[in-house]
Write a protein that binds this ligand. Sequence first.
Ligand code: FAD
Length: 483
Amino acid sequence: MTSLKGLTSDPRVTVRRAGAPSTNRGCVVYWMQRAQRALDNPALDVAVTAANVLHQPVVIFLAPVPFYPHANLRHYAFLAQGIPDTAEPARERGIGFILRRYPEHSLLKFCEEVGASLVIGDENPMREPHHWRELAAKMLSVPLWTVDADVIVPSKLLEKEQYAARVIRPRLQQRRAEFLKPLANLKAKIEWEKPRGLKALPDDGSIDLTEDWKDLDRSVQPVDNFRGGTTEALKLLKEFVTHKLAHYPERHGKPEVDGTSRLSPYLHFGHIGPHTVALAVEKSRAPRSAKDDFLDQLITWRELSVNFVHFNSLYDSIESTPDWAHRTLAKHARDKRPVTYSRDQLEHAETHDHLWNAAQRQMLHAGWMHNYMRMYWAKKILEWSPSPAVAYQTAVCLNDKYFLDGRDPNGYAGIAWAIAGKFDRPWLERPIFGTIRYMSGKAARKKFDADKYIKQMGELDGSVPQRAKRKPKTRMLRGRGSR
Ligand SMILES: Cc1cc2nc3c(=O)[nH]c(=O)nc-3n(C[C@H](O)[C@H](O)[C@H](O)COP(=O)(O)OP(=O)(O)OC[C@H]3O[C@@H](n4cnc5c(N)ncnc54)[C@H](O)[C@@H]3O)c2cc1C
C-alpha cells in the first residue's frame, strides 16, 4: 500500500511546506492552477492517493483571478470553456470541485472553511505562479506539496539549464520509460460531500467568470476556431492520431497544410496533459519515424522550454541569450535597417511583406500560428525593429497578448531561439542579424505554398480593438480585502 512517505519520495513531488497532515479530520485540497483537468493529472492522482491513505475526502479548488500576468478576455473565455469538462469527471471519481473567482479566490480562507489537512498544488515554472506557490508555502498552516504534472520527466531531475535540444534529448530519453506510463485516475475512497453553506459558483459553464472584473483587458476577443476543454482536446488528439500523425514528418513544416495537432492551447491550459498525448501517439499505428518526429516536439522541445523557464530567471528578456549571441547582436545593433516598423504597425499587420502580414492576421484572429510562421514572424520583427531589445519585447508582448497558447514556456523559448540564438549555433554573418540564423521570404516560398497560405489568411483583416489597460497588483492568496 502507498504511504505518504512513498508519495513525497516521488521525484514529481516537491514538499514546499513540510509537516504531517492531520489524520483525524479534514480533507485534502487540490489547488488547481496549471493542470486544469480531471483526466491523467498526476497532481490530482497524488491528492487522491494521499486522501485515501488519510481516509479523508478530496476537493479541487479552482479560483481564477483577473491579474494573471498578461491574460485577457480571450484567455479567460478559453479557460472558462474547460471548467465543466473538469468538474463533472472529478465528481464521477468522488472528488469535490469548488469554483470561485476573484475577489473570492483566497486559498487560505478556503482551506480554513473546509478544514484542509494537506494541500496539493501543480507546478508552474513561470515567475509569478512560482512566487504564489512560495507564498502559499509560507502562509498556509498545513503541509503543501506541488506536483510537476505537465511534463513527462520532472523538471528538477534535469538539475540545471540545458543549452540545446541535442543535450537534453538523451537525458529525457533515458528517463522517459520511467515516467511515461498510464496514469491511475484513482477514485476517492471517501466521497466528498459539500458542507452546507460552502460557497461555490456553478461549474456548468453558465456563468461569466469575468463579470465585474473592471480592469480586465477586454480588447482581445475570444476566438471561435478553438473551444477550450478536455473534450475538445481529446477530439483533436483522436483526429490527429488517426489522420495526420502518419504524415507528420513531411507535412508539419507546411503552414498551408493542416498537418499538426493544434493541441498547444490545450497543453498550455492543462486541458490535456503530455502523458495522454504521448501515450495515444505511442499506441497508434503510424510509422515509428512519424511517432519519433512528433514526440521530439512534444517532449524534447517542449520540455527544453520548460527547463529554460525553470532555470533561467531572465527567460522573457533578451538578457537570457548566450554570450556569442549577445556579442553578435551588439556588434550589429547600429546597422542600418532598410525598413523599420513600430509595434503598432506590426500589431496591425501593416508591413510590406504579405506573408508576414498573413501570419500576423492568423495570430490576431485565430489566436494561433503555425510553427514555421512563428519562426519567420519573430525573425522579421528582429529585422524591422530599431534594436534587438525592442524586437524582443515586441515579440513577447504580441505573443502573450494574442496567442491562446501564449504566456507559456514554449513562447519564451521560441522567441529566444528566433531572435537571440538560444539553443542554436552561429551561422554566416550578415547585417542586423550578425551570426543569428536568418530566414528569408524567398526561402520560405521554396519550402511551402506561401501564396496559398496568404490566401487562406486573406479574409482576416488587421484591425485590433484598443490597447490593453494596466492591471492592478493584487495578492493571489488572501483574496477579498487584500492590498
Ligand atoms: C517565435 C515562436 C513563438 C512560439 N510561441 C509559442 C507559444 O506561445 N506557445 C506554444 O505553445 N508554443 C509556441 N511556439 C512553439 C510552436 O510553434 C508551437 O508549440 C506549435 O506551433 C503549436 O502547434 P501544434 O500544437 O499544432 O504543434 P505540433 O506540431 O502538433 O506539436 C505538438 C506539441 O509539441 C510542442 N511543440 C511543438 N513545436 C514546439 C517547439 N518548437 N517548441 C516547443 N514546443 C513545441 C507543443 O506543445 C505542441 O502543441 C513558438 C515558437 C516560436 C518559434
